[in-house]
Write a protein that binds this ligand. Sequence first.
Ligand SMILES: [Zn+2]
Length: 182
Amino acid sequence: MRKKPAPDYLSGYPADLAAEVRRLIEQGLLAEMLLRKYPLPHAVRTDTALHDYVVTIKGAFLRNAGQLSKVYFDSRLHVVRNALGTHTSISRVQGQKLKAKREIRISSLFREVPLAFLRMIVVHELAHLKEREHDKAFYQLCRHMEPDYHQLEFDLLAYLSNLEATGRPLWAAVTAVTADTG
Ligand SMILES: [Zn+2]
């Protein structure tokens, strides 16, 4: 299998931790570890299912954060640069009122990941409805919605590093469990 050096997804973490992940990728061990920890992909495959999933989490935590106009998987989102999704606020004038139109686009690579990773990315994008920057308040809100947020973000970035290095999505061939949407 062709291998290239992984891009620096893990630059925000301590150097020894990032080096350990790189070593596990080079030895081909990271994939196995991830599959053991997260054996199955989720079943949120369509834009409609994604929309419902996002709206359910939003309803539980951010009821007053304004309406979402659109939620969808976007295959054009560059995996490397926009893996963490994008949140768009389009302001448009309607009559005298300025209305914000809010979209959440999730890279379609998240179609074939464990539910925990999808949840993490959805929580990330929802938190941006209230907090623009990746600052303390932002991460506090993420943890409020998903207490395991930081561990999941680390595991996801380790997975993306592995994906970039090997070109092999880990859950594409695994059958989704239909009940696994909670
Ligand atoms: Zn962000």
